[in-house]
Every structure is written in structure tokens, then in C-alpha cells.
Design a protein around this ligand. Sequence first.
Ligand SMILES: [Zn+2]
Length: 279
Amino acid sequence: MFQDIEPHKFSCEYVPTTPKAGDRVLIYNDAAVLMKCKDNGGFELPTLSDLEEINHPAADGLQYLFSIDDNAFFLTLQKQERCPGFVFKSPQVFRKFEPGWLAFAGATAAHLGQWYAQRRFCGKCSAPLSHKPDERALLCKACGLVEYPKIAPVVIAGIIYGDRLLLTRNAAGTYRQYALVAGYVEIGETLEDAVRREVLEEVGLHVKNIRYYKSQPWAFSGSLLSGFFVELDGSDQITLDTRELSEAVWLRREDIPPAPSGFSLTWTMIEAFRLGQVS
Ligand SMILES: [Zn+2]
């Protein structure tokens, strides 16, 4: 999946280092990230050396994010003017980015970039926030409030009925391939409660035997996805919530198309069912 970057090792412990010339820097302005244009039409994350070349003012104010192997990643929210050879892109650029370990790094850095950008002031007393020295958190020195990075939990449900799996298509957005029932966990719910509620809301079905499968950090929506396989409990009659879904169909194993990639947890789950690894 997207986060599987072996043999590289992602280290999220908050142990800030001094920026080195080859470390990557995410310049996050107005929900976009500055990318360096490559000769072949692709993009790469700028390094600290690149920042010096374009006279970015942040060299002494970089925020440490995380490391992969010996490569540290830093963030700056300081404004960058347009400059030749660089372009601002949506963080979605990391969905199709090579190599995979830098795609994961870029997306994760952008998730943090968004959080830092939206937490400049204390939500309790409006004073400016500053970084807590000992952990990845923002501190209000005026009132003591501490803010941690925001991660929204999401459940994904693979609903099984005999040798069939319920596949859906979203009503909105640009993603047009098959997906599974999914939704955000609400306050006060367990993950299992969220699975039961989302399935009932989106397709009008009752489910039982809720089994955890795998999880995936999904920076593109600021989420942590938890995948479950569940069994149909009762009628297989679908009542579609057309605000969320345009289609929901029961497909037999042999009729499910092979996964286009193992990039997402959704397709990893669909493929696991198609290949008979879960039933
Ligand atoms: Zn405060």
C-alpha cells in the first residue's frame, strides 16, 4: 500500500535535527506545495540547497517534520514568490509520484503542513501558538493550551454475502472506480459502531461479524483508514443513499475486476476478497 516503503524506514518520532543541504523542504502556501520541475516534465521535492538558490527566506526558520532513513523533512509556511523552474501544485501531486517513498513523504508532509497552517493561533484565547520543544504539538504560552496534529478516523467496510462483495461508486468527486462503503467516525462511536451506521446509511443493509482487516494512513484526506470485512445480516436489498453513492452492486468473486494497483486499502481489500484470501 501507499505507506509501505520498505526497505526505507519512516521515523515519526519528534527528534528535530539541523537541516542538511540534501534534506527536503515542503514550502506550503495557500494549500499548495512548491515543486521543482524536472527536465522530463515530472516534479521533485525541493532540497535545502534549492531553497538557497531561489532565495527563500526560511533557512533559519524551518520546522522539522519527520525522517525517512537519514533524510529529514522540513516545512516552511513562509511565502515564496514565483520563480523559474518551480511551480506550486496541489498535494494531490503525490498520488502519482515516483519514487514511492518520496510520494508517501510528500503527502504526509502536506498533511502536517495543512495542520500547521490552520493552527497559527490559539482557539481558546487567540494568542499566537508556538512549537512545543519536546513533542509534535503546538503550545499557547498565554493560556497553556496544547494542540496535537489532527487525524480523522475513517472506516471502510467490505460487505460479504456468500461469494459476493458489495462494490460502490461515489456520487461526487473525481474517483470513478469501484470502492467500498466508507465514512468518517463520529464522536462517541466505536469503529464497529461506525461500520454499522455507515453501511445502514449508505446502502440500507444490516451487518454482523465485523472483523478488522488492515489500516492505512491517508494523508490526502487527513485520515487514518481502518478496513473491516463484515457479513450481511438479513435482506440483501440495497437502499442507496444517492447523496453519497451513484451505484452499489453485489459482484461475485469471478466478476470483480483485478485491482489497478495495491496503492489503496480499498483496493487491497477488494483484491483480497477476489483472490479468496478472505471469505
Ligand atoms: Zn491560548
